[in-house]
Design a protein around this ligand. Structure first.
Ligand code: UDP
Length: 371
């Protein structure tokens, strides 16, 4: 029996690791323990719930007005206790947060192999995204199995002198997660959206913005562009789940709170967001996960960032970088919103981020690792 500790802390980590946890739990020779650092406490726990997963360890590591070093030291010491009190044979982390780097580091200190899901994403700019680019690069140095979601990620790891024997091309588990939700949960999500007055029709625009680099002036410009778009396309409904970060929340409510065709919601439950993506005509986002999921539904995406480590979607014609540039956001949105939805659909079967089979490849490689 092998004990695998899955360490996560944020909503995207919960979404992207849920299929892996569920699949590994089918194996009678594996015991999966889940540690939630609760870097995003409510969002992560609530998201795990939709998949029927409860964390075995909940670390409650966040504090108000904390520094990055402060949260890092709390995660390191609380995660370390888990290794002290349990026999752990391998650690799985996913992505590029503080949780990922700290989880990998404690595992390494305990000489326990680290398996990194979504390895090899790079912008090569340590400040975009900050601090995530550094977190994922540092994690790569102490990882035993790198699960690269795309060919570009695979090549990036090779260039960093990681042995090809340790890199497995898998696709992104975010695509697998889309099919892990029960019909009942999806039906409830649809009803919840309707109760929020969201019209699931062909004139729906989804907007998400939360990244640290987009706080400040950039957010002002993004909100100005969206305000202009809501006026120009007054027959379209703009839905914006507002990130709870106070840097985002107040500005978004002040700028868009009184516009009749804008619906501001709390962060949507993952099933609700999936339901919304199925209907939406255009997505404006700075989210990584949304860039990966949206192509599956044939949605065009405008990425409100100046850099993306997810260039595959841009190259395949699913997404375009528009930064926080008002003119660009408006002209690229015009190109889609001025047409009927049927004219702007893309071929979802060509999603470059995965085919829904990443989890199988990951679990197979983990079993091979011990042979
Ligand atoms: N998401 C969600 N509800 C929302 C916004 C996003 O469930 O209101 C999901 C989305 O489907 C994706 C993930 O959260 O799978 C992306 O998370 P986020 O944008 O917070 O982080 P990033 O991917 O940029 O790291």
């Amino acid at each position: 029996m092998k004990n695998i500790l899955v360490i996560l802390g944020t909503r995207p980590e919960a979404i992207k690791l849920a299929p892996v946890i569920l699949n590994l739990r089918k194996d009678p020779d594996v015991r999966v323990l889940v540690c939630n650092t609760e870097q995003q406490k409510e969002l992560s726990n609530q998201t795990l719930n939709f998949f029927g997963i409860t964390a075995d360890f909940k670390l409650d590591t966040m504090q108000p007005n904390q520094t990055l070093a402060g949260v890092q030291s709390r995660i390191l010491s609380t995660v370390s206790d888990i290794y002290k009190n349990n026999k752990i044979d391998a650690t799985i982390v996913q992505g590029d947060t503080m949780t990922v780097f700290c989880g990998a580091l404690v595992s390494f200190y305990n000489r326990v192999p680290v398996f990194h899901v979504e390895a090899g994403l790079r912008s090569y700019d340590l400040f975009e995204p900050f601090p995530e680019e550094a977190m994922r690069q540092m994690t790569a140095r102490i990882t035993d199995l790198h699960f690269a979601p795309t060919q570009l990620a695979y090549e990036a790891l090779l260039k960093e002198n990681i042995s090809p024997k340790k890199i497995i091309r898998t696709g992104n588990t975010v695509i697998d997660a889309l099919s892990c939700l029960s019909e009942k949960i999806m039906k409830e999500a649809q009803n919840k959206l309707l109760s929020r007055s969201v019209s699931l029709n062909d004139k729906l625009v989804l907007v998400t913005v939360h990244r640290r680099e987009n706080h400040g002036d950039r957010l002002d410009r993004i909100l100005e562009a969206i305000t202009l778009l809501t006026k120009k396309y007054s027959d379209h409904q703009f839905v914006l789940p507002v990130h709870p970060n106070p840097n985002v929340y107040t500005k978004v409510h002040t700028a868009l709170g009184n516009i009749q065709n804008v619906i501001l919601t709390e962060p949507l439950d993952y099933p609700e967001l999936v339901c919304l993506m199925k209907s939406t005509k255009l997505i404006l986002t700075d989210s990584g996960g949304v860039q990966e999921e949206a192509p599956t539904f044939g949605n065009p995406v405008l990425v409100m960032r100046y850099e993306t480590e997810r260039t595959e979607g841009v190259d395949a014609g699913f997404s375009k970088l528009v930064g926080a540039d008002i003119d660009k956001i408006i002209s690229e949105s015009d190109a889609i919103l001025s047409k009927n939805k049927s004219e702007t659909r893309l071929d979802g079967s060509k999603n470059p981020y995965g085919d829904g089979h990443a989890t199988e490849k990951i679990t197979t490689a983990i079993k091979e690792f011990w042979k």
